[in-house]
Design a protein around this ligand. Structure first.
Ligand SMILES: Nc1ncnc2c1ncn2[C@@H]1O[C@H](COP(=O)(O)OP(=O)(O)OP(=O)(O)O)[C@@H](O)[C@H]1O
Ligand SMILES: [Mg+2]
Length: 329
């Protein structure tokens, strides 16, 4: 079993569907479904990684409120180690209200809460060094982790040969690229969506935009493009396109977080990057099929079944590789 340390936004999502419009005045609408989930580029991925069989530990700042307690309880249900969650007295847990449109789109009403207060001293560096991989989700939401002490901490992880995966929570902005500057050379895989990558670099062509990041030291870029799948861009290689898998879209919240969880799972089992991304795509397709970022995924077996259904050859190859990796650990 691989151990993954997940640092970054752990939020509570409150989602309802279908919401065609917010009624005027004091009007009300009856919905089919309302759910509360642990979400975010940290929390959402932590839940998915645990479902896929990883040993997961979470690191984030949350509030000492009902939502914070709910978040901890939910993570425990998935077996996630929450000792790295810091409850900030008097602060709110980050949360988002998501009225999901009939076509699965999702406007977001968001409270950042305690998220940004996480400091390097709050993160147990020894725990990071004991992991097989570190996922640093939403670094733009925790600017203190990008100070010299934080960069030293990630530098030690990198120096120990532990791969670092990074995704963004918020839309990409040029100033975010500058904020991330010292972190970029420490990143093995950067995994934003296409809009975030464009916003970050100001460049419309995603391959060109990804190459800007490679030029700033990032090891490799996996850009997710919603229903169009993902694109892998690495130095000295042609971009590799990875398809999305067929699904009936209910809500796309958390598809990117699940893609990251699937891709990390594949890479830690030494699958090729393209096969790992295919596991990610299958996770994204499953999450899109239900309400909330934890919907659809049961376990790795179910994810592989979806890969096999659309690409039996890849399904066999990946299953063999996962079995081989299990037998050597
Ligand atoms: N409509 C869809 N149909 C099939 N697969 C999808 C769809 N939307 C997303 N996916 C899968 O999920 C992956 C990630 O989706 P997306 O690019 O929307 O991430 P995201 O915008 O980062 O999402 P979030 O930040 O909410 O987690 C895609 O690469 C794709 O494989
Ligand atoms: Mg995302």
């Amino acid at each position: 079993m691989s151990a993954v340390a997940v640092i970054g936004p752990h939020l509570i999502d409150v989602l309802g569907r279908p919401v065609s419009e917010i009624p005027a005045g004091q009007g009300s609408v009856v919905l089919d479904e309302i759910r509360v989930t642990v979400a975010g580029t940290g929390g959402g991925a932590a839940v998915d990684l645990a479902k896929l069989g990883a040993t997961v530990s979470s690191f984030a700042a949350i509030g000492d409120d009902v939502l914070g307690r709910l978040l901890v309880t939910q993570l425990h249900e998935y077996g996630v180690d929450t000792t790295g969650l810091v409850m900030q007295h008097g602060q709110k847990t980050a949360s988002t209200i998501l009225p999901i449109r009939p076509n699965g789109e999702r406007p977001a009403l968001h409270v950042p809460g305690a998220m940004a207060s996480l400091r390097p001293a709050d993160v147990n560096g020894a725990a990071l060094l004991a992991a097989d991989a570190v996922l640093f989700g939403g670094p733009e939401t925790t600017p203190r982790l990008l100070d010299s002490e934080g960069i030293d901490m990630f530098g030690a992880v990198r120096a120990a040969g532990i791969p670092i995966f990074v995704d963004l929570l918020y839309p990409g902005r040029p100033e975010t690229l500058e904020l991330l500057g010292p972190l970029l050379p420490l990143i093995d895989w950067f995994m934003p969506n296409d809009q975030q990558l464009r916003g970050l670099t100001g460049v419309d062509d995603v391959v060109e935009a990804a190459r800007i990041l490679l030029g700033r030291g990032v090891g490799a870029v996996a850009v997710t493009v919603g229903e169009h799948g993902a694109l892998l861009v690495r130095p000295d290689a042609d971009p590799v396109s990875v398809p999305a898998l067929p699904t009936t879209v209910v809500d796309t919240t958390g598809c990117g977080d699940s893609f990251n969880a699937g891709m990390i799972t594949g890479l830690l089992s030494r699958c090729s990057a393209a096969d790992a991304a295919l596991i990610g795509s299958a996770c994204g397709a499953l999450v899109a099929s239900g309400l909330g970022s934890d919907a659809g995924i049961e376990d790795l077996h179910g994810v592989l079944n979806l890969v096999s259904a659309s690409n039996p050859e890849a399904g066999h190859r990946i299953a063999d590789q996962l079995a081989a990796a299990r037998s050597t650990t």
